[in-house]
Write a protein that binds this ligand. Structure first.
Ligand code: FES
Ligand SMILES: [Fe+2]
Length: 363
């Protein structure tokens, strides 16, 4: 855990952040284009020959990538853009022996290497390494796959991002979690993406905004822990509420934990409940519009409706309503910036520090 910065006298970032188009563009290039993004789980590509096209940060980066499993059972993450004239290669999920661009018939192996190109018989110095599909950096934490749109200038290495989650939840059998399409949905929030994250990063609003959720958690025992590129809010279950049955190998063995709320910089939330995992990915669309993806993995369906992890849709709508109000508020000529509640808003301050670290223009 990081030594926490003293925030007793500190101020939040300037409201200018939520209004300034230049800062939005800087955040896109300096942060999102260099960040690790959750893309899917490895269960999606079980058999060799499977290929899954994905658009990284649809609506912001719009980077077309392609996950493949080759005949040697190796996973690859490739650019989904043909090296000839730039057509998108795989248009949908498919099962194939090799990849073929339907514009002029160029072929690639499932590891991205160039295979053939009709019409290029007379080309000289051809093919060369630039005819292979570029590899997109990707990595795995347990069953979860992450990719990065930057090959040379990533914010940090993936293991640094997931370090505490990995240590803390090493006992959790993620391989037994099942993807659940019914708990998977998209929300459109009329606010800046960072306001949505800031709201997530403090439990102080729970008694005010989520009266039902407040009864499931013992809010006086609420705590947040700060790590280098992530932070964790620990939700202690109130008595008689569902909590994890933590094994001896867990550092939290003996505690009544109802939820682990991990924030992974800059925009991902991994929420672990006794029923399973809810991943939220916050995708900026514009300065004032954000898409939030909810992706669910079920471990024990019988606990779905119990404790702090129940009624996620209702909690989400309660959060959206308040965050959309804040979006209107931060545009006021009278609002400049605020202060941090020292006991509650360490996570918000940590988020702001990271934003400023990568975009020094933020005040
Ligand atoms: S763009 Fe793919 S073969 Fe021409
Ligand atoms: Fe909330």
């Amino acid at each position: 855990m990081l030594e926490q910065k003293d925030i007793r006298g500190a101020y939040t970032i300037s409201a200018d952040f939520y209004r300034n188009e230049k800062l939005f563009a800087l955040v896109k290039e300096n942060i999102f284009a260099r960040s690790w993004q959750f893309i899917t789980d490895n269960g999606r590509l079980k058999a060799p020959g499977h290929a899954v096209p994905i658009t990284m940060l649809d609506g912001l980066l719009n980077e077309p990538i392609l996950l493949t499993r080759d005949s040697d059972d190796q996973l690859h993450c490739l650019s989904n853009v043909c090296t000839h004239r730039g057509n998108i290669i795989a248009e949908g999920e498919c099962h194939v022996g090799s990849l073929r661009c339907r514009y002029h018939g160029r072929r690639f192996e499932l590891d991205g290497s160039f295979a053939s190109a009709p019409g290029f018989e007379d080309a000289i110095n051809f093919p060369s390494s630039t005819d292979n599909l570029p590899c997109v950096p990707f990595g795995q934490w347990k069953t979860m796959l992450f990719a990065n749109a930057s090959t040379t200038n990533q914010l940090f290495a993936l293991p640094e991002l997931v370090a505490d989650m990995d240590h803390r939840l090493s006992w959790l059998p993620l391989e037994n979690f099942l993807f659940d399409s019914t708990g998977t949905r998209e929300y459109l929030v009329k606010s800046n993406w960072a306001l949505y994250c800031e709201n997530y990063l403090e439990g102080m609003h729970i008694p005010y905004v989520h009266p039902d959720l407040a009864t499931a958690l013992d809010i006086k025992d609420y705590r947040s822990e700060i790590y280098k590129y992530s932070n964790l809010q620990v939700g202690i279950a109130s008595s008689a509420q569902e909590c994890f049955d933590l094994p001896k190998s867990s550092p939290d063995h003996g505690q009544r934990i109802g939820g682990y709320y991990y924030f992974l910089f800059p925009n991902m939330m991994f929420n672990f409940y006794p029923w399973g995992l809810s991943i939220n990915v916050v995708q900026p669309l514009s300065q004032e519009l954000t898409k939030v993806l909810f992706i669910s993995y079920v471990w024990d369906a019988s606990k779905r409706a119990l404790g702090a992890g129940a009624a996620l849709d209702r909690v989400e709508r309660e959060d959206e309503e308040i965050v959309e109000k804040v979006q209107k508020g931060v545009k006021s000529r009278f609002y400049k910036r605020g202060r941090y509640a020292p006991r509650w808003e360490k996570g918000v301050s940590h988020f702001h520090e990271l934003l400023k670290q990568y975009v020094p223009e933020i005040e």
